[in-house]
Design a protein around this ligand. Structure first.
Ligand SMILES: Cc1ncc(COP(=O)(O)O)c(C=O)c1O
Length: 397
């Protein structure tokens, strides 16, 4: 290879491959669903975050098509130039009323959850502030904290007592102009729910804000309203972020908070200001999705039954199942090689469950991230458990 700059990159890639850390994209042909076609093979998949089975829902597809006919396909500009349309506006109002994190809350749409988290933390926090973050938070909360230049304190996972000590310490809180507690509401690779009541209590006592990333709770918990409704929490000090590409089945995200907070984001959040608005047809699709989420008790009840059935069967497997009551059901193999081997053994049986390895999860906690959807049937779940049993027998022999 002639160019040394390319050769240097190629060498780093080769090292990743050697370390077993190279990632590959699978090319899905056709829509998301319990069965996906990859490279011409139809697989029973437990891999997406389409928890309510809405990603290919006909009513949402129709709403997207109607939205395209009415508004075209492009938004044309950022929200603050000429890209903010009637469809975005209506969706924001509906989301704010549905999640209602405080009286008079307003919602603000973003193109992705990643951007929304960057926006919240960079617009509200800066150099003289302190952010207290759960150690297992999603990468984009960490990235937002780093970009904000605030002091970042990571506390032990889900440990309110450890956070209470740190937030009370001189180093962390005294002198900090603003304080933030930032947490995933449902942890993306573990499936457990953050102790939000304890965190809100600490936030109140230490004059802090509570930033709640409900990427995996919105649509699923609290009658679909998300993790705040699950616990019955409301406060002016909560900055709520929900994503719209997981249970909602489409794409994008929103922040719901006190109107002064959302207005601060409109005025100052660079990931809001300097990017093209999502197409209005997406907002129309999401309005249809929100109606299905609101009336989605049967889907959620079915999902709960699938979760219970899977947990019962998985208890007999050799790998520990994390204590999760959400559709994210991780089986921890420990080392990455075993996770990959089991995932491949499942693939041979026509079942797709992704192996999740460091650095996405901490060292020695590689896992199979089983993700259930209301679109699965009970017999799909039994087929998965049967395939896992066969993979375990193969691994042991
Ligand atoms: C906890 C959490 N927050 C935020 C995101 C980012 O959301 P988005 O995919 O909409 O960028 C994800 C996943 O992608 C997530 O798991």
């Amino acid at each position: 290879m002639d160019d040394p700059a390319i050769a240097e990159l190629a060498q780093a890639l080769a090292q990743r491959e050697k370390d077993g850390l190279a990632r590959t994209r699978r090319r899905v042909e056709g829509p998301q669903g319990p069965r996906v076609t990859i490279d011409g093979r139809t697989l029973l998949a437990f891999a997406s975050n389409d928890y309510l089975g809405l990603a290919n829902d006909p009513a949402i597809v129709d709403a997207a098509c109607a939205g395209a006919r009415r508004y075209g396909v492009g938004s044309g500009a950022s929200h603050l130039i000429v890209g903010h349309g009637a469809a975005h506006d209506a969706l924001e109002r509906e989301l704010a009323a549905f999640v209602a994190p405080c009286d008079g809350a307003r919602a603000l749409l973003f193109s992705s959850g990643y951007l929304a988290n960057l926006a919240i933390l960079t617009a509200l926090a800066s150099r003289n502030d302190a952010i207290f973050a759960d150690r297992l938070n999603h990468a984009c909360l960490n990235d937002g904290a780093l970009l904000s230049r605030a002091r970042l304190h990571r506390y032990a996972h889900g440990d309110v007592a450890a956070l209470a000590l740190r937030i009370g310490e001189r180093s962390g809180s005294v002198g900090a102009r603003r304080r933030f507690i930032a947490t995933d509401a449902v942890f993306s690779m573990d499936g457990d729910i953050a102790p939000l009541p304890g965190l809100l209590d600490l936030a109140r006592r230490h004059d802090a804000w509570l930033v709640v990333d409900d990427a995996h709770g919105f649509g699923v918990l609290g009658g679909g309203r998300g993790s705040l409704a699950h616990f019955g929490l409301r406060s002016d000090r909560i900055v709520y972020m929900g994503t719209l590409g997981k249970a909602a089945g489409v794409a994008g995200a929103f922040v719901a908070a006190h109107p002064t907070v959302t207005e601060t984001l409109v005025q100052t959040a660079r990931p809001y200001i300097y990017t093209t608005a999502a197409p209005p047809l997406m907002a129309e699709a999401l309005r249809a999705s929100l109606a299905l989420i609101a009336g989605g008790e049967a889907r959620r009840a079915h999902l709960a039954a699938l979760i219970a059935a899977f947990r019962e069967r998985a208890a007999a497997l050799p790998w520990p199942l994390l204590p999760s009551q959400t559709p994210i059901q991780p089986l921890v193999t420990g080392d990455a090689a075993t996770a990959v081997a089991v995932s491949e053994a499942l693939l041979e049986q026509g079942v797709y469950v992704p192996a999740i390895r460091p650095p996405t999860v901490p060292a020695n906690t590689a896992r199979l991230r089983v993700s259930l959807s209301a679109a699965h049937t009970l017999s799909d779940v039994h087929a998965l458990a049967d395939a896992l049993e066969r993979a375990a027998a193969g691994a042991g022999s």
